[in-house]
Write a protein that binds this ligand. Structure first.
Ligand SMILES: [Ca+2]
Ligand SMILES: [Ca+2]
Ligand SMILES: [Ca+2]
Length: 398
């Protein structure tokens, strides 16, 4: 039957992952096949019981050796995209992921409908449900599954339908796992629906943007003000927000508790070798999560006294606190770069008696404590060395 339908590869292609979806949104389910030893197959459904391999005109790049695939509308534009990853290594079965690739569907003018189901726990996303889209007596079916694909999974719990040129469908029927049904009539094309059991449509929180933040910082600790546009829920459910602060590499350094106001003043530790951060806000109505439209704007963390004193020298020992000292030496430092350094206490014969690593966590003035109980009274040299500079000062222990 597959041969009759035109779904046929070459024996030497070594086909692996296979995923079915309506990639061109024409209402007919297509088939993407990854091959180890040949370009992929993109079998487009002709709508008459046959398929044609349209790989050559599909825009899919040449990705031989990619065996695993997972398909989903990754960028939420209504067109199903393809992730293809993995490469069987020489050991046979070792996946090296050398050629992982995300292929975003360029789309076109055909319509779509994406349906997400919501029901009470534990099966919140309605796995096992069947969806029927009816248009002019023609039916399309989708099952909500918990993942398929080969050595990867399509963990998208939504169902995607291509609608061709239709601007509405006649009815959408949900057959829930417990046998109950919901039916929605005259549903418009080109939307991502969320349907709660009982047939109630539920819309996500409205889109919103974040505003520029005002930031004040003390060494080691940032205090920042965040403001954003309020979101609202079409069903009138309460909205809660979470503020997330990330490094430019995406590492999360702060995440707020859920709050109901569209602003937040927060204090958090600044803990890495960078002083540019980004922030983003997510809003939820308890069911959906809406991320702020703009990727968070960056802000700079600066030390209070650095701003007052202007640009500091690259590194300095501004003073040695309570010099002379007893069993504890406090050294005041000023750093303009975040490098690791070593603080040494050296006696007059040049012997290093104490060596202590220092990781600068903030730019600007800061104090470092050194336990000096083990060394006798006398004059010492305190030397601070980083990758780019070395500074020193004389101190007296009494
Ligand atoms: Ca199709
Ligand atoms: Ca897409
Ligand atoms: Ca809602």
């Amino acid at each position: 039957m597959a041969l009759d339908a035109g779904v046929r590869g070459e024996q030497i292609s070594f086909s692996y992952g296979t995923s079915a979806a309506d990639f061109n949104n024409d209402g007919w389910v297509d088939l993407y096949v990854s091959n180890r030893a040949a370009p992929p197959y993109m079998f487009i459904n002709n709508g008459d019981g046959t398929f044609s391999n349209k790989y050559a005109v599909s825009g899919v790049p040449l990705v031989t050796n990619n065996t695993s695939i997972a398909v989903a509308d990754f960028n939420h534009d209504g067109w199903v995209d393809i992730f293809s990853g993995g490469d069987f290594g020489p050991q046979g079965g070792n996946i090296t992921n050398q050629f992982s690739i995300l292929m975003l569907n360029d789309g076109g003018s055909n319509g779509y409908l994406t349906v997400n189901l919501i029901q009470p726990a534990p099966n919140k996303r309605g796995i096992g449900s069947r969806l029927e889209v009816w248009k002019d007596g023609v039916i399309q079916l989708r099952d909500i599954t918990a993942g398929d694909g080969f050595t990867s999974q399509n963990m998208d719990f939504s169902a995607h339908f291509g609608l061709g040129t239709a601007s509405t469908i006649d009815s959408l029927i949900v057959k829930w796992p417990d046998g109950t049904r919901d039916r929605l009539l005259n549903v418009a094309a080109n939307q991502h629906l969320f349907i709660e059991k009982g047939g109630q449509l539920n819309a996500p929180p409205t889109p919103f943007e974040v505003y520029e933040s005002a930031t004040v910082t003390q060494p080691g600790k940032a205090e920042a003000n965040f403001y954003w546009e309020a979101s609202s829920d079409p069903e009138g459910k309460p909205i809660t927000y979470v503020v997330t602060v990330k490094t430019t590499e995406g590492k999360i350094i702060f995440e707020s508790d859920p709050i109901e106001t569209p602003y937040l003043t927060a204090e958090f530790e600044v803990d890495r070798d960078s002083f540019e951060y980004r922030w983003v806000v997510t809003a939820t109505d308890g069911l959906h999560i809406r991320r702020s439209l703009n990727e968070a704007r960056s802000f700079n963390v600066t030390g209070d006294s650095v701003e007052e004193e202007g640009i500091p020298s690259e590194l300095s020992l501004t003073s040695t606190y309570t010099n002379p000292f007893t069993d504890q030496l406090s050294v005041d430092l000023n750093a303009s770069v975040l490098e690791n350094g070593v603080l040494e206490v050296i006696d007059l014969l040049g012997r290093v008696l104490i060596s202590q690593k220092i990781a600068f966590k903030v730019i600007g003035p800061q104090r470092v404590g050194v336990d000096t109980a083990s060394i006798p009274g006398g004059a010492y040299l305190v030397r601070l060395t980083t990758k780019s500079k070395s500074v020193q000062a004389v101190v007296i222990k009494i």
